[in-house]
Write a protein that binds this ligand. Structure first.
Ligand SMILES: NC(=O)c1ccc[n+]([C@@H]2O[C@H](COP(=O)([O-])OP(=O)(O)OC[C@H]3O[C@@H](n4cnc5c(N)ncnc54)[C@H](OP(=O)(O)O)[C@@H]3O)[C@@H](O)[C@H]2O)c1
Length: 220
């Protein structure tokens, strides 16, 4: 929603708070993963989900910062169920390790909130040699979602409640490179634009969400 304050079909606007949007919602019995819950939007998302009774797994690259946020949430929301797990989204090895540990813990999964992100950084390569914004904002979340989809489907079948996958994108998805997603030039430093590369990664978040919505339309 571009115009600040104008309400959408949901009745909410960009001015609406997480508490307003979830007012009256009882999340008891639900489990959510929130990536990037050590700062910004992720912290507030984790806090308000915990406030509504959701078991929140904070997926963060800095577990020290995550532990501090967890401490704050538990102080504010007595009885909050919050765990911190390590996840470095720009490393596919770390994403695989996170998913494997999550599954080994036998936790259900109702909500996957793909929120973590970096914005408009100078050209850098990830550990896997992939342009960092594309790797962090899109690829890491893409793989995470793929690896956890079975867990989400099982939880949905067993609990008879639909799951939700939320990709936090941006209006910046409109400002990708003119070609859209430059699959053949992801690592081309000579034509790199930090803003367009951010837009490209956020466009991928939107396309990923659209495709998931198509593929997961049928009841399980
Ligand atoms: N703020 C806005 O106005 C705005 C507007 C449109 C869209 N968004 C989107 O909203 C989301 C959250 O943004 P924000 O404003 O809350 O940003 P933020 O305060 O900078 O928080 C970003 C979070 O992502 C984490 N992160 C970054 N790289 C990571 C990696 N490689 N692996 C794991 N976690 C990583 C950060 O961890 P560290 O704390 O360790 O750095 C931090 O927890 C992003 O996807 C952003 O694109 C934000």
């Amino acid at each position: 929603m571009w115009f600040f304050g104008s309400k959408g079909a949901s009745g909410f606007s960009s001015r609406s708070t997480a508490e307003e949007v979830t007012h009256g919602v009882d999340g008891t019995g639900l489990t959510a993963i929130v990536t990037g819950a050590s700062s910004g939007i992720g912290v507030e998302t984790a806090r308000v989900l915990a406030l509504r009774g959701v078991h929140v797994v904070m997926a963060v690259r800095n577990t020290g910062a995550g532990a501090k946020v967890k401490e704050d949430i538990v102080k504010q929301v007595p009885g909050a169920k919050v765990d911190v797990m390590e996840l470095e989204l720009s490393s596919m090895e770390s994403v695989r390790k996170f998913a494997s540990e999550y599954k080994s813990a036998g936790l259900p999964l109702n909500l996957l909130i793909n929120n973590a992100g970096i914005m408009a950084c100078p050209f850098m390569l990830s550990k896997d040699n992939i342009e960092l914004q594309f790797a962090t904002n899109h690829l890491g979340h893409f793989l995470l979602t793929k690896l956890l989809l079975d867990t989400m489907k099982n939880t949905s079948r067993e609990s008879k409640r639909e799951g939700r996958i939320v990709n936090v994108s941006s209006e910046a998805h409109r400002y990708s490179y003119p070609e859209g997603v430059r699959f053949d030039k992801i690592n081309d430093e000579s034509s790199y634009s930090s803003i367009r590369a951010y837009g490209q990664s956020k466009l991928c978040n939107v396309l990923h969400a659209n495709e998931l919505a198509k593929q997961l339309k049928e009841p399980l």
